[in-house]
Design a binder for this molecule. Sequence first.
Ligand code: AMP
Length: 461
Amino acid sequence: MEIYNTLTRKKEPFEPRKDKKVQMFVCGPTVYDYVHIGNARTFVFFDVVAKYLKHRGYDVEYIQNITDIDNKIIEQAQKEGADPLEYAKKYSEIFKEDMKALGVTSPEYKNATDHIPEVIKQVQTLLDKDNAYVIEGDGIYFDLSTFPDYGKLSGRTAGMADDAVSRIDDSDKKRNRGDFSIWKFSQEGDPSWPAPFGDGRPGWHIEDTAITEKYFGPQYDIHGGGQDLIFPHHEAEIAQQESASRLKPFVKYWMHVGFLVNKDQKMSKSTGNFETVNELLKKYPKEVLRFYLLSAHHQSPLEFNEEIMEASKQGIKKVKTWLGYIDLIITKNFKIEKEGQFRLDILGEHFEKAMADDFNTPSAISMFFSLINESNKDIQNQLLDASKAKDMKDWVIEKNKIFGIVPEIIEIPKNITNLTDQRESARKDGKWDESDKIRAQIEKMGFGVEDTIYGPLIVKK
Ligand code: AMP
Protein backbone atom coordinates (compact mmCIF):
# COMPACT_ATOMS: atom_id res chain seq x y z
CA MET A 1 0.00 0.00 0.00
CA GLU A 2 1.09 3.55 -0.66
CA ILE A 3 -0.01 6.79 0.96
CA TYR A 4 0.68 10.33 -0.21
CA ASN A 5 2.42 12.01 2.72
CA THR A 6 2.13 15.79 2.95
CA LEU A 7 5.29 15.82 5.06
CA THR A 8 7.54 14.31 2.38
CA ARG A 9 5.38 15.46 -0.58
CA LYS A 10 5.41 12.00 -2.13
CA LYS A 11 3.69 8.66 -2.09
CA GLU A 12 5.34 6.29 0.36
CA PRO A 13 4.89 2.61 1.16
CA PHE A 14 2.59 2.28 4.15
CA GLU A 15 4.43 0.73 7.07
CA PRO A 16 2.80 1.44 10.41
CA ARG A 17 5.09 1.89 13.38
CA LYS A 18 4.03 -1.32 15.11
CA ASP A 19 3.30 -4.28 12.80
CA LYS A 20 -0.40 -4.39 12.04
CA LYS A 21 -1.40 -1.71 14.55
CA VAL A 22 -2.50 1.67 13.11
CA GLN A 23 -3.09 4.73 15.26
CA MET A 24 -4.93 7.45 13.39
CA PHE A 25 -6.13 10.89 14.45
CA VAL A 26 -8.28 13.31 12.45
CA CYS A 27 -9.18 16.89 13.35
CA GLY A 28 -12.85 17.06 14.17
CA PRO A 29 -15.30 19.96 14.15
CA THR A 30 -15.50 23.10 16.22
CA VAL A 31 -19.03 22.73 17.51
CA TYR A 32 -20.79 26.08 17.28
CA ASP A 33 -23.11 25.24 14.38
CA TYR A 34 -24.29 22.35 12.23
CA VAL A 35 -21.51 20.63 10.24
CA HIS A 36 -21.59 21.22 6.50
CA ILE A 37 -21.05 18.83 3.60
CA GLY A 38 -17.44 20.14 3.22
CA ASN A 39 -16.63 18.97 6.75
CA ALA A 40 -18.40 15.72 5.92
CA ARG A 41 -16.08 15.16 2.96
CA THR A 42 -13.14 14.92 5.34
CA PHE A 43 -15.01 12.78 7.87
CA VAL A 44 -16.46 10.35 5.32
CA PHE A 45 -13.10 9.95 3.60
CA PHE A 46 -11.28 9.04 6.82
CA ASP A 47 -14.14 6.73 7.79
CA VAL A 48 -13.38 4.89 4.55
CA VAL A 49 -9.63 4.95 5.27
CA ALA A 50 -10.20 3.35 8.69
CA LYS A 51 -12.61 0.76 7.28
CA TYR A 52 -10.29 -0.12 4.41
CA LEU A 53 -7.33 -0.55 6.74
CA LYS A 54 -9.45 -2.87 8.89
CA HIS A 55 -10.45 -4.77 5.75
CA ARG A 56 -6.69 -5.24 5.08
CA GLY A 57 -6.28 -6.79 8.51
CA TYR A 58 -4.90 -3.80 10.42
CA ASP A 59 -5.91 -3.19 14.00
CA VAL A 60 -7.04 0.44 13.72
CA GLU A 61 -7.39 2.84 16.63
CA TYR A 62 -9.07 5.93 15.20
CA ILE A 63 -9.65 9.04 17.31
CA GLN A 64 -11.26 12.31 16.35
CA ASN A 65 -11.37 15.33 18.62
CA ILE A 66 -14.33 17.61 19.12
CA THR A 67 -13.33 21.23 19.76
CA ASP A 68 -15.88 22.22 22.36
CA ILE A 69 -14.05 25.30 23.65
CA ASP A 70 -12.94 28.03 21.25
CA ASN A 71 -13.42 31.74 20.54
CA LYS A 72 -16.08 31.07 17.96
CA ILE A 73 -18.11 29.00 20.40
CA ILE A 74 -17.87 31.68 23.09
CA GLU A 75 -18.84 34.47 20.67
CA GLN A 76 -21.76 32.54 19.22
CA ALA A 77 -23.05 31.43 22.63
CA GLN A 78 -22.84 34.99 23.97
CA LYS A 79 -24.81 36.29 20.98
CA GLU A 80 -27.55 33.83 21.82
CA GLY A 81 -27.28 34.39 25.58
CA ALA A 82 -26.27 30.77 26.19
CA ASP A 83 -23.63 29.15 28.36
CA PRO A 84 -20.69 28.35 25.98
CA LEU A 85 -20.14 24.83 27.30
CA GLU A 86 -23.85 23.96 27.12
CA TYR A 87 -23.97 25.50 23.66
CA ALA A 88 -21.05 23.40 22.46
CA LYS A 89 -22.59 20.29 24.00
CA LYS A 90 -25.78 20.80 22.01
CA TYR A 91 -23.90 21.05 18.69
CA SER A 92 -21.58 18.22 19.62
CA GLU A 93 -24.61 15.92 20.06
CA ILE A 94 -26.10 17.11 16.76
CA PHE A 95 -22.75 16.45 15.06
CA LYS A 96 -22.59 12.88 16.36
CA GLU A 97 -26.17 12.22 15.25
CA ASP A 98 -25.42 13.60 11.78
CA MET A 99 -22.34 11.41 11.47
CA LYS A 100 -24.30 8.35 12.54
CA ALA A 101 -26.97 9.16 9.97
CA LEU A 102 -24.23 9.49 7.35
CA GLY A 103 -22.83 6.07 8.23
CA VAL A 104 -19.60 7.45 9.75
CA THR A 105 -19.09 4.80 12.39
CA SER A 106 -15.35 4.32 12.82
CA PRO A 107 -13.98 7.18 14.98
CA GLU A 108 -13.98 7.39 18.72
CA TYR A 109 -14.80 10.98 19.66
CA LYS A 110 -12.89 12.87 22.35
CA ASN A 111 -13.98 16.26 23.66
CA ALA A 112 -11.30 18.89 24.27
CA THR A 113 -12.88 19.86 27.60
CA ASP A 114 -12.55 16.28 28.88
CA HIS A 115 -8.78 16.54 28.47
CA ILE A 116 -7.87 19.68 30.39
CA PRO A 117 -5.46 17.84 32.77
CA GLU A 118 -3.56 16.53 29.72
CA VAL A 119 -3.46 20.03 28.20
CA ILE A 120 -2.15 21.49 31.47
CA LYS A 121 0.53 18.79 31.64
CA GLN A 122 1.72 19.56 28.11
CA VAL A 123 1.72 23.33 28.66
CA GLN A 124 3.76 22.80 31.83
CA THR A 125 6.25 20.60 29.94
CA LEU A 126 6.69 23.26 27.25
CA LEU A 127 7.24 25.93 29.94
CA ASP A 128 9.74 23.70 31.78
CA LYS A 129 11.66 23.06 28.56
CA ASP A 130 11.68 26.78 27.67
CA ASN A 131 9.65 26.26 24.52
CA ALA A 132 6.92 28.50 25.89
CA TYR A 133 6.68 31.83 27.75
CA VAL A 134 4.11 33.81 29.66
CA ILE A 135 2.58 37.13 28.60
CA GLU A 136 1.08 38.53 31.80
CA GLY A 137 -2.68 39.08 31.67
CA ASP A 138 -2.87 37.35 28.28
CA GLY A 139 -1.67 33.78 28.05
CA ILE A 140 1.14 31.31 27.44
CA TYR A 141 2.74 31.30 24.00
CA PHE A 142 4.85 28.81 22.09
CA ASP A 143 8.23 30.36 21.22
CA LEU A 144 8.85 29.51 17.57
CA SER A 145 12.52 30.51 17.75
CA THR A 146 13.07 27.33 19.83
CA PHE A 147 11.80 25.10 17.02
CA PRO A 148 13.88 25.44 13.83
CA ASP A 149 11.84 22.72 12.07
CA TYR A 150 8.76 24.96 11.97
CA GLY A 151 7.40 24.95 8.41
CA LYS A 152 8.52 21.43 7.46
CA LEU A 153 4.98 20.24 6.77
CA SER A 154 3.73 23.21 4.78
CA GLY A 155 6.95 24.62 3.35
CA ARG A 156 6.10 27.92 5.00
CA THR A 157 7.78 29.83 7.82
CA ALA A 158 6.63 31.74 10.87
CA GLY A 159 7.58 34.94 9.04
CA MET A 160 5.02 34.15 6.36
CA ALA A 161 2.50 33.53 9.01
CA ASP A 162 -0.22 36.07 8.42
CA ASP A 163 -2.85 33.45 8.96
CA ALA A 164 -0.97 32.06 11.94
CA VAL A 165 -2.11 35.15 13.75
CA SER A 166 -5.57 33.75 13.95
CA ARG A 167 -8.25 32.98 16.45
CA ILE A 168 -6.63 33.78 19.80
CA ASP A 169 -3.00 34.31 18.83
CA ASP A 170 -2.87 38.05 18.39
CA SER A 171 -0.66 40.01 20.81
CA ASP A 172 1.92 42.75 20.32
CA LYS A 173 3.97 41.34 23.21
CA LYS A 174 4.88 38.13 21.39
CA ARG A 175 8.54 37.28 20.90
CA ASN A 176 8.09 36.16 17.28
CA ARG A 177 5.41 36.97 14.78
CA GLY A 178 4.03 33.43 14.36
CA ASP A 179 4.08 32.48 18.08
CA PHE A 180 0.74 30.96 19.02
CA SER A 181 -1.04 30.68 22.33
CA ILE A 182 -1.18 27.34 24.06
CA TRP A 183 -3.09 28.64 27.10
CA LYS A 184 -5.30 31.69 27.44
CA PHE A 185 -5.70 33.23 30.90
CA SER A 186 -9.23 33.72 32.28
CA GLN A 187 -11.30 36.54 30.96
CA GLU A 188 -14.61 37.81 32.25
CA GLY A 189 -17.42 35.51 31.09
CA ASP A 190 -15.18 32.87 29.48
CA PRO A 191 -15.15 29.26 30.66
CA SER A 192 -11.99 28.70 32.68
CA TRP A 193 -10.15 25.84 34.41
CA PRO A 194 -7.71 26.03 37.33
CA ALA A 195 -4.04 25.57 36.42
CA PRO A 196 -0.75 26.02 38.33
CA PHE A 197 0.45 28.65 35.85
CA GLY A 198 -2.83 30.61 36.00
CA ASP A 199 -6.48 29.74 35.45
CA GLY A 200 -7.69 29.79 31.86
CA ARG A 201 -8.49 27.70 28.83
CA PRO A 202 -6.54 25.80 26.13
CA GLY A 203 -5.22 27.41 22.95
CA TRP A 204 -6.46 26.09 19.61
CA HIS A 205 -3.63 23.68 18.73
CA ILE A 206 -2.81 22.13 22.10
CA GLU A 207 -5.98 20.05 22.57
CA ASP A 208 -5.04 17.73 19.70
CA THR A 209 -1.54 16.93 20.90
CA ALA A 210 -2.76 16.58 24.50
CA ILE A 211 -5.41 14.08 23.38
CA THR A 212 -3.11 12.06 21.09
CA GLU A 213 -0.32 11.95 23.66
CA LYS A 214 -2.77 10.48 26.17
CA TYR A 215 -4.09 7.72 23.89
CA PHE A 216 -1.24 7.09 21.43
CA GLY A 217 1.88 8.42 23.14
CA PRO A 218 4.22 11.04 21.62
CA GLN A 219 4.39 9.40 18.17
CA TYR A 220 1.81 7.74 15.95
CA ASP A 221 0.98 6.67 12.41
CA ILE A 222 -1.59 8.83 10.58
CA HIS A 223 -2.85 12.35 11.13
CA GLY A 224 -5.60 13.64 8.86
CA GLY A 225 -7.70 16.70 8.23
CA GLY A 226 -8.71 19.14 5.53
CA GLN A 227 -6.02 21.01 3.57
CA ASP A 228 -6.93 24.24 5.38
CA LEU A 229 -5.37 22.81 8.52
CA ILE A 230 -1.86 22.18 7.16
CA PHE A 231 -0.83 25.67 8.16
CA PRO A 232 -0.74 26.84 10.86
CA HIS A 233 -2.67 24.19 12.80
CA HIS A 234 -0.75 21.04 11.95
CA GLU A 235 2.55 22.86 11.83
CA ALA A 236 1.83 24.06 15.38
CA GLU A 237 0.95 20.54 16.50
CA ILE A 238 4.33 19.31 15.26
CA ALA A 239 6.12 22.13 17.09
CA GLN A 240 4.29 21.36 20.34
CA GLN A 241 4.65 17.61 20.38
CA GLU A 242 8.21 17.32 19.04
CA SER A 243 9.32 19.97 21.55
CA ALA A 244 7.47 18.35 24.45
CA SER A 245 8.83 14.85 23.78
CA ARG A 246 12.08 15.68 21.91
CA LEU A 247 11.11 12.80 19.58
CA LYS A 248 10.52 12.96 15.84
CA PRO A 249 8.65 12.45 13.70
CA PHE A 250 5.57 13.15 15.78
CA VAL A 251 3.40 11.65 13.00
CA LYS A 252 4.61 9.30 10.28
CA TYR A 253 1.98 10.00 7.57
CA TRP A 254 0.14 13.30 7.19
CA MET A 255 -2.95 13.10 4.96
CA HIS A 256 -5.00 16.08 3.79
CA VAL A 257 -8.32 16.21 2.01
CA GLY A 258 -9.01 18.78 -0.73
CA PHE A 259 -11.75 21.35 -0.41
CA LEU A 260 -15.33 20.87 -1.24
CA VAL A 261 -16.18 24.00 -3.20
CA ASN A 262 -19.48 25.73 -3.64
CA LYS A 263 -19.68 28.25 -6.48
CA ASP A 264 -15.87 28.39 -6.86
CA GLN A 265 -15.35 29.07 -3.18
CA LYS A 266 -14.29 26.74 -0.36
CA MET A 267 -17.41 25.77 1.51
CA SER A 268 -17.07 27.18 5.00
CA LYS A 269 -19.12 28.21 7.97
CA SER A 270 -17.47 31.62 8.24
CA THR A 271 -18.44 32.72 4.71
CA GLY A 272 -21.96 31.35 5.05
CA ASN A 273 -21.86 29.50 1.68
CA PHE A 274 -22.61 26.13 3.15
CA GLU A 275 -25.11 23.29 3.01
CA THR A 276 -25.53 21.40 6.24
CA VAL A 277 -25.38 17.62 6.43
CA ASN A 278 -28.52 17.76 8.53
CA GLU A 279 -30.55 19.43 5.77
CA LEU A 280 -29.03 17.38 2.94
CA LEU A 281 -29.90 14.16 4.74
CA LYS A 282 -33.55 15.20 4.52
CA LYS A 283 -33.20 15.42 0.72
CA TYR A 284 -30.88 12.53 -0.07
CA PRO A 285 -30.28 9.09 1.44
CA LYS A 286 -26.90 8.66 3.11
CA GLU A 287 -25.74 6.37 0.29
CA VAL A 288 -26.19 9.17 -2.25
CA LEU A 289 -24.22 11.63 -0.09
CA ARG A 290 -21.39 9.16 0.51
CA PHE A 291 -21.23 8.20 -3.15
CA TYR A 292 -20.98 11.87 -4.08
CA LEU A 293 -18.31 12.59 -1.45
CA LEU A 294 -16.16 9.65 -2.52
CA SER A 295 -16.53 10.26 -6.24
CA ALA A 296 -13.40 12.44 -6.52
CA HIS A 297 -9.85 11.68 -5.45
CA HIS A 298 -9.48 12.93 -1.88
CA GLN A 299 -6.75 15.41 -2.75
CA SER A 300 -8.69 17.02 -5.61
CA PRO A 301 -11.29 19.72 -5.14
CA LEU A 302 -14.88 18.50 -5.22
CA GLU A 303 -17.65 20.70 -6.50
CA PHE A 304 -21.08 20.88 -4.95
CA ASN A 305 -24.18 21.61 -7.00
CA GLU A 306 -27.65 20.23 -7.62
CA GLU A 307 -26.74 18.56 -10.94
CA ILE A 308 -23.92 16.58 -9.35
CA MET A 309 -26.22 15.52 -6.52
CA GLU A 310 -28.86 14.45 -9.06
CA ALA A 311 -26.26 12.40 -10.97
CA SER A 312 -25.24 10.71 -7.68
CA LYS A 313 -28.88 9.92 -7.01
CA GLN A 314 -29.20 8.29 -10.42
CA GLY A 315 -25.99 6.30 -9.82
CA ILE A 316 -27.35 4.87 -6.58
CA LYS A 317 -30.71 4.14 -8.20
CA LYS A 318 -28.85 2.01 -10.73
CA VAL A 319 -27.23 0.04 -7.89
CA LYS A 320 -30.64 -0.47 -6.28
CA THR A 321 -32.26 -1.73 -9.51
CA TRP A 322 -29.35 -4.08 -10.14
CA LEU A 323 -29.65 -5.51 -6.64
CA GLY A 324 -33.36 -6.07 -7.22
CA TYR A 325 -32.59 -8.21 -10.29
CA ILE A 326 -29.82 -10.05 -8.53
CA ASP A 327 -32.12 -10.90 -5.63
CA LEU A 328 -34.78 -12.10 -8.02
CA ILE A 329 -32.32 -14.43 -9.76
CA ILE A 330 -31.15 -15.75 -6.38
CA THR A 331 -34.64 -16.32 -4.95
CA LYS A 332 -35.87 -17.99 -8.15
CA ASN A 333 -32.73 -20.14 -8.08
CA PHE A 334 -32.30 -19.40 -11.76
CA LYS A 335 -30.15 -21.92 -13.67
CA ILE A 336 -28.43 -21.51 -17.02
CA GLU A 337 -26.58 -23.72 -19.46
CA LYS A 338 -24.16 -21.22 -20.91
CA GLU A 339 -22.28 -18.81 -18.62
CA GLY A 340 -21.40 -15.14 -19.20
CA GLN A 341 -17.79 -13.96 -19.35
CA PHE A 342 -17.64 -11.82 -16.26
CA ARG A 343 -14.70 -12.45 -13.86
CA LEU A 344 -15.21 -11.36 -10.27
CA ASP A 345 -11.64 -12.19 -9.22
CA ILE A 346 -10.15 -9.74 -11.73
CA LEU A 347 -12.52 -7.05 -10.57
CA GLY A 348 -11.46 -7.68 -6.96
CA GLU A 349 -7.81 -7.25 -7.93
CA HIS A 350 -8.57 -3.89 -9.56
CA PHE A 351 -10.51 -2.82 -6.51
CA GLU A 352 -7.67 -3.63 -4.11
CA LYS A 353 -5.11 -2.02 -6.40
CA ALA A 354 -7.11 1.22 -6.53
CA MET A 355 -7.53 1.40 -2.76
CA ALA A 356 -3.92 0.44 -2.09
CA ASP A 357 -2.88 3.36 -4.28
CA ASP A 358 -3.43 6.17 -1.77
CA PHE A 359 -7.10 5.26 -1.26
CA ASN A 360 -8.23 6.01 -4.79
CA THR A 361 -11.94 5.88 -3.99
CA PRO A 362 -13.30 6.99 -7.41
CA SER A 363 -11.34 4.25 -9.13
CA ALA A 364 -12.45 1.64 -6.57
CA ILE A 365 -16.07 2.72 -6.84
CA SER A 366 -15.89 2.45 -10.62
CA MET A 367 -15.40 -1.30 -10.02
CA PHE A 368 -18.91 -1.47 -8.52
CA PHE A 369 -20.23 0.09 -11.72
CA SER A 370 -18.13 -2.13 -13.98
CA LEU A 371 -19.69 -5.10 -12.22
CA ILE A 372 -23.18 -3.66 -12.58
CA ASN A 373 -22.79 -2.64 -16.24
CA GLU A 374 -21.19 -5.91 -17.31
CA SER A 375 -23.51 -8.17 -15.34
CA ASN A 376 -26.55 -6.20 -16.54
CA LYS A 377 -25.75 -7.50 -20.02
CA ASP A 378 -25.69 -11.08 -18.69
CA ILE A 379 -28.89 -10.41 -16.77
CA GLN A 380 -30.70 -9.18 -19.90
CA ASN A 381 -29.39 -12.15 -21.92
CA GLN A 382 -30.29 -14.64 -19.18
CA LEU A 383 -26.66 -15.62 -18.79
CA LEU A 384 -26.41 -15.26 -15.04
CA ASP A 385 -27.30 -18.11 -12.76
CA ALA A 386 -28.27 -17.94 -9.09
CA SER A 387 -24.94 -19.05 -7.66
CA LYS A 388 -22.95 -16.50 -9.63
CA ALA A 389 -25.52 -13.81 -8.80
CA LYS A 390 -25.02 -14.72 -5.13
CA ASP A 391 -21.23 -14.38 -5.50
CA MET A 392 -21.69 -10.94 -7.05
CA LYS A 393 -24.06 -9.82 -4.35
CA ASP A 394 -21.65 -11.04 -1.64
CA TRP A 395 -18.80 -9.19 -3.35
CA VAL A 396 -20.75 -5.94 -3.39
CA ILE A 397 -21.99 -6.31 0.19
CA GLU A 398 -18.45 -7.07 1.41
CA LYS A 399 -16.86 -4.06 -0.35
CA ASN A 400 -19.76 -1.90 0.71
CA LYS A 401 -18.72 -2.37 4.35
CA ILE A 402 -15.94 0.06 3.41
CA PHE A 403 -17.92 2.51 1.29
CA GLY A 404 -21.51 2.51 2.55
CA ILE A 405 -22.96 3.44 -0.85
CA VAL A 406 -25.27 0.49 -1.49
CA PRO A 407 -28.86 1.09 -0.38
CA GLU A 408 -30.03 -1.20 2.37
CA ILE A 409 -32.01 -4.13 1.10
CA ILE A 410 -35.41 -3.81 2.68
CA GLU A 411 -37.54 -6.78 3.53
CA ILE A 412 -40.63 -6.79 1.30
CA PRO A 413 -43.71 -7.08 3.56
CA LYS A 414 -45.67 -10.33 3.28
CA ASN A 415 -48.91 -8.59 2.18
CA ILE A 416 -47.03 -7.06 -0.77
CA THR A 417 -45.56 -10.37 -1.90
CA ASN A 418 -49.02 -11.97 -1.53
CA LEU A 419 -50.59 -9.26 -3.68
CA THR A 420 -47.82 -9.68 -6.25
CA ASP A 421 -48.54 -13.45 -6.39
CA GLN A 422 -52.26 -12.75 -6.84
CA ARG A 423 -51.43 -10.33 -9.65
CA GLU A 424 -49.25 -12.92 -11.32
CA SER A 425 -52.00 -15.55 -11.36
CA ALA A 426 -54.51 -12.97 -12.67
CA ARG A 427 -52.07 -12.19 -15.50
CA LYS A 428 -51.59 -15.86 -16.29
CA ASP A 429 -55.38 -16.24 -16.56
CA GLY A 430 -55.56 -13.21 -18.86
CA LYS A 431 -57.53 -11.20 -16.24
CA TRP A 432 -55.90 -7.91 -17.14
CA ASP A 433 -58.34 -5.62 -15.33
CA GLU A 434 -57.86 -7.47 -12.10
CA SER A 435 -54.09 -7.46 -12.56
CA ASP A 436 -54.10 -3.68 -13.10
CA LYS A 437 -56.25 -3.14 -10.02
CA ILE A 438 -53.83 -5.14 -7.85
CA ARG A 439 -50.86 -3.23 -9.25
CA ALA A 440 -52.60 0.05 -8.32
CA GLN A 441 -53.23 -1.31 -4.82
CA ILE A 442 -49.54 -2.23 -4.46
CA GLU A 443 -48.51 1.25 -5.59
CA LYS A 444 -50.83 2.86 -3.07
CA MET A 445 -48.94 0.93 -0.39
CA GLY A 446 -45.63 2.51 -1.47
CA PHE A 447 -44.27 -0.29 -3.68
CA GLY A 448 -44.04 -0.90 -7.40
CA VAL A 449 -43.98 -4.02 -9.59
CA GLU A 450 -41.88 -4.28 -12.72
CA ASP A 451 -42.40 -7.22 -15.03
CA THR A 452 -39.03 -8.68 -15.96
CA ILE A 453 -37.84 -11.74 -17.82
CA TYR A 454 -37.30 -13.30 -14.38
CA GLY A 455 -40.80 -12.53 -13.12
CA PRO A 456 -42.16 -9.61 -11.11
CA LEU A 457 -39.58 -7.33 -9.46
CA ILE A 458 -40.93 -5.53 -6.41
CA VAL A 459 -39.39 -2.12 -5.69
CA LYS A 460 -39.90 0.31 -2.83
CA LYS A 461 -41.02 3.67 -4.23
P1 AMP B 1 -13.76 23.00 11.33
O1 AMP B 1 -14.98 22.73 12.14
O2 AMP B 1 -13.88 24.21 10.46
O3 AMP B 1 -12.52 23.02 12.17
O4 AMP B 1 -13.59 21.79 10.28
C1 AMP B 1 -13.65 20.42 10.63
C2 AMP B 1 -12.95 19.57 9.58
O5 AMP B 1 -13.52 19.74 8.29
C3 AMP B 1 -11.45 19.90 9.43
O6 AMP B 1 -10.72 18.70 9.24
C4 AMP B 1 -11.43 20.76 8.19
O7 AMP B 1 -10.17 20.74 7.55
C5 AMP B 1 -12.51 20.12 7.34
N1 AMP B 1 -13.10 21.04 6.35
C6 AMP B 1 -13.62 22.27 6.58
N2 AMP B 1 -14.12 22.82 5.44
C7 AMP B 1 -13.90 21.92 4.45
C8 AMP B 1 -14.18 21.90 3.02
N3 AMP B 1 -14.82 22.89 2.40
N4 AMP B 1 -13.81 20.80 2.32
C9 AMP B 1 -13.20 19.75 2.93
N5 AMP B 1 -12.90 19.70 4.26
C10 AMP B 1 -13.25 20.78 5.02
